[in-house]
Design a protein around this ligand. Structure first.
Ligand SMILES: Cc1ncc(COP(=O)(O)O)c(C=O)c1O
Length: 394
């Protein structure tokens, strides 16, 4: 008999799609997969070498549950230098990826009946984690016509006396939108006034295009730092998704509890992986690696955007960050009955795979990740276009 707590739980649709595409590929079927939520770059050798060194030096035992001290110190330096927020190492907890950091924050803070504001479209994992704590998801709809940007006016409509937390994810998965600093400041100020905690998921901070800069809400003021959980990871920035190293920075009274939750669940983030992460922060070559990845993604974004907007009956917002693009295929998905049916049709007939928007709370869209070569993008969008245009009902 399963607990009520897990009765809603679903496997992450993004991972399920990757598995399906890999299965078809293994059968020799040529399919273009736009489903992956991870860079198609390998982890740099200098990071791998540091991890191998750590293994050889016997860094193979339990580590402190909040993370190895050197990494917490390096993260405090990084947060000050790059994000303009002062955190003590004791206010930082190293976790098994950003996913675990988010989950532990929610476990530590949310009670049955609390309301959590979730701008929608949202990353698939947020609602599942919120529901596991017994709290309620309150979706705050973002509009395509407004570039999927959250404004303070929109947010106000959804605040109630039960609102405990707001999730911010800019740059966003799945839309690629980046909230302007002015809006972020107004939103953060409102949270301060209304006693709402902010979770800022900054996983895609390295991928902001067109010369724009990334800002952390915790950097706006001392008061905001006190109500913010800054969550980040090595996964996307250094192409280390499989390493499972992330972190949360927050006031010490919360950090302590989160470290305790770590200690009573996973004990610690894999010890030698933390030494690899430390090298990622310390080695000057990281800068060039990240710059190169960002340049590559920006060029791919430009290409994907231009090709998608030429498809009849498709509208698309130009993403300003992350590595996703989120075209609106509403007319085609209506013709098929749902975006899930459309995504299946695209795989079966078009040999091209993306994740249906409904997984992100946005029926009628398709999330395409451009973590593939420009040649693959061109071929994949050609297939998408052909498959859509051959849908007679439109
Ligand atoms: C918005 C967002 N947050 C968190 C994560 C998870 O990151 P990690 O692999 O570090 O757990 C992802 C991964 O897709 C993501 O898109």
């Amino acid at each position: 008999m399963l607990s009520k707590r897990v009765s809603h739980i679903k496997p992450a649709p993004t991972l399920a799609l990757t598995a399906k595409v890999n299965q078809l590929k293994a059968q020799g079927i040529d399919i273009v997969g736009f489903g992956a939520g991870e860079p198609d770059f390998d982890t740099p050798d200098f990071i791998k070498d540091a991890c191998i060194r750590a293994l050889k030096e016997g860094k193979t035992k339990y580590a402190p549950s909040a993370g190895i001290p050197q990494l917490r110190e390096a993260l405090a330096d990084k947060l000050l230098r790059e994000n303009g927020v002062e955190y003590k190492p004791s206010e930082i907890v190293v976790t098994a990826g950003a996913k675990m950091a988010l989950f532990l924050v929610m476990l530590a803070i949310l009670e049955q009946g609390d309301e959590v504001l979730l701008p929608s479209p949202y990353w698939v994992t947020y609602p599942e984690q919120i529901l596991l704590t017994g709290a309620k998801v309150v979706e705050v709809p973002l509009k395509e016509e407004e570039g999927f940007i959250l404004t303070v006016e929109r947010l106000k409509e959804y605040i109630t006396p039960k609102t405990k937390m707001l999730i911010l994810n800019s740059p966003s998965n799945p839309t690629g939108s980046v909230f302007p600093e002015k809006d972020l400041k107004e939103i953060a100020q409102l949270c301060l006034e209304k006693n709402i905690l902010i979770v800022s998921d900054e996983c895609y901070e390295a991928f902001v295009y067109d010369g724009e800069t990334f800002v952390s809400p915790a950097s706006f003021s001392k008061e905001l730092r006190e109500i913010t959980f800054t969550v980040n990871a090595f996964s996307k920035t250094f192409s280390m998704t499989g390493w499972r190293v992330g972190y949360v920075a927050c006031p010490e009274r919360y950090a302590k509890v989160i470290a305790d939750l770590n200690s009573q669940s996973i004990s610690n983030t894999t010890t030698f992986a933390q030494f690899g992460a430390l090298e990622a922060l310390k080695n000057p070559s990281s800068k060039e690696f990240i710059e190169n990845m960002k340049r590559t993604f920006q060029a791919r974004r430009d290409m994907a955007y231009e090709l998608l907007r030429e498809i009849p009956h498709v509208s698309v917002v130009k993403p300003k960050g992350a590595f996703y693009i989120f075209p609106n295929l509403g007319e085609y998905s209506k013709a098929m009955g749902s975006d899930i049916a459309l995504a299946e049709y695209l795989i079966e007939k078009g040999r091209v795979a993306g994740v249906p928007g409904s997984a992100f709370g946005a029926e009628g869209y398709l999330r395409l990740s451009y973590c593939v070569s420009e040649e693959t993008i061109r071929e994949g969008i050609r297939r998408l276009r052909d498959a859509l245009l051959s849908l007679k009902a439109v």
